[in-house]
Design a protein around this ligand. Structure first.
Ligand SMILES: [Zn+2]
Length: 67
């Protein structure tokens, strides 16, 4: 098994990790309800995609997502 000859210095380690930062998700405005949504995804607020309703969104309850 190959074994590194030298310890990777903190500077070199930081250079390698300089590209690891995560960027903000590509949010775009929904053309139907004008909420921010992920690009190329069905809008989670109104269920529309490409100008038509794709997913029926039932009326949300206040306890949504706390099940
Ligand atoms: Zn929408």
């Amino acid at each position: 098994m190959g074994v590194p000859k030298r310890k990777v210095s903190k500077a070199r380690q930081g250079e390698r990790r300089s590209h690891l930062a995560i960027s903000a998700p590509p949010l775009v405005e929904c053309s139907h309800c004008h909420e921010l949504k992920l690009a190329h995804r069905v809008c989670p607020t109104c269920g529309y995609y490409d100008g038509r309703e794709v997913v029926a969104i039932e009326p949300t309850t206040p306890a949504e997502g706390q099940r």
